[in-house]
Design a protein. Sequence first.
Length: 206
Amino acid sequence: MPAPPVPGALGSSSSPDLDGGVVVDHPAGGLHPLRPTKPVPPTHPTGGGFDESKLSKPELLAQLIADKNLRMPIAFLVDTSNDSLAFTKKVLEASLVPKTPLDAILMRYNASGISKSVTFRNTKSLMEAVNLLQPSFDRGGSEYYSILRTSQEIPYDSAIFLATSRATTDAQLSRMTALTLLKKRIRVRGLRSVYPMAVQRVRVCT
């Protein structure tokens, strides 16, 4: 059974082919929406990247969002499987500063497909919507298809923050996903400290 829709926020569908995400004008960002708990190196320091293994999940999430090269809105893609959803709520609760401007969209998926996108302008409304999501007790949906669908909702040089505990195997769809992300220069990041192998293969960090 698909997860029930969040009141006033996410739509639901029995088909993975959904159209008509929310289209809005995106103003310049204000205060930084995330709080790193200790100084961290820049996203693209001279000579290479930073050591993600040395950062906590909230610190890593803050560091990735802080990248000034990202175009807004960014996307949060949430697998509503029971264990994934509980983890996602804890990580975002620890990372997001309440009542702070944030230009983002939220999409959820399960075995029935993927929801329409919903736009948020601050962390308070985003966190409220995430907390209202209900777990789906099913085999889960396809993260590859969901990443592809989400990539249609955000601009070039943006990012998708994927919250899932699953790693599906689909060689053809994984290649298609990787090519799409490379073309749009979209970065995909898993919120777990140990990324699922399937997600590792499609992470694009340009």
